[in-house]
Design a protein around this ligand. Structure first.
Ligand code: ADE
Length: 263
């Protein structure tokens, strides 16, 4: 075919559901609880991933699992925007606590993200994303306010029955990188190195900064909430597994339902 006759788009716009909100879950366990709540659920397989769309609390949503790590999360995010035309993205998942006072069972709502493993120095300053001129990608203020409210409401509810009665909601910087941080020394070094560059981080995970960068490029509002599953120390892998099985999906479902009710 000549260059003046490009091949047709394999996914024409008429194919796009009129969806507003994407809920990205870090883990399949978290997504299961949400799929159960979907009205008229429809599964679409795309780019090796399952995307569920339907209605949840009267809102049109697409549910997706981000995949683990920055590349998987960026691909899922681009698919949500390009293929499903979502207008906003909210991430729910777990993270390791970095700052003092950010304990297992606490909830961290991200105000901004940094990729802690990005280093193109000396060409660009450490942590800076090339051709963006910055290291930090901010969350959307309005969505973040709703996630804060939803998280506080969740923790305030039925406090006697909660596994972490002293759990708190924090708001601040979350850092992402392609490694599971599971050593007290590693965690302390990570925190100190970031802090020396002016990035005082509350928590570490593996996807948020990638999703934030893609959303920034597409001008799609993004916000994220993470429950602290571990302290990114020597017992992180044990705490993480236990937490995911026992708590994470319940928290994610509860926060998402409240968030959609506030939207
Ligand atoms: N997600 C939950 N805990 C984590 C950790 N310790 N490191 C990276 N990602 C995490």
């Amino acid at each position: 075919m000549s260059p003046t006759h490009p091949s047709p788009d394999p996914t024409p716009p008429t194919d796009k559901p009129h969806v507003a909100t994407a809920i990205l879950s870090a883990l399949a366990e978290e997504q299961h609880g949400l799929i159960e709540l979907l009205h008229q659920p429809r599964k679409v397989r795309h780019a090796g991933r399952d995307f569920w769309h339907g209605a949840l609390h009267g809102q049109l949503v697409v549910l997706a699992v981000s995949g683990i790590g920055k590349v998987a999360a960026a691909t899922t995010t681009a698919a949500l925007i390009e293929r499903f035309g979502v207008q906003r993205i909210v991430f729910t998942g777990v993270a390791g606590g970095l700052a003092e006072g950010v304990q297992v069972g606490d909830v961290v709502v991200a105000s901004a993200f940094v990729q802690h493993d990005l280093d193109v120095s000396p060409i660009f300053p450490r942590y800076q994303v090339p051709h963006h001129g910055k290291s930090r990608f901010a969350s959307d203020d309005a969505l973040t306010a709703l996630l804060l409210q939803a998280s506080r409401d969740m923790l305030a509810q039925a406090s006697e029955a909660r596994p972490f009665p002293r759990a708190r909601v924090h708001q601040g910087l979350v850092v992402s990188g392609d490694r599971f941080v599971s050593g007290a020394e590693e965690s302390a070094t990570l925190r100190a190195t970031l802090e020396a560059a002016g990035h005082a981080a509350l928590a570490v995970e593996m996807e948020g900064a990638a999703v934030a960068q893609v959303c920034h490029d597409y001008h799609v509002p993004f916000a994220s909430v993470r429950t602290i599953s571990d302290r990114a120390d020597d017992s992180a892998h044990v705490d993480f597994t236990r937490f995911v099985e026992a708590v994470a999906s319940r928290y994610a479902r509860n926060i998402v339902e409240r968030f959609l009710g506030l939207l």
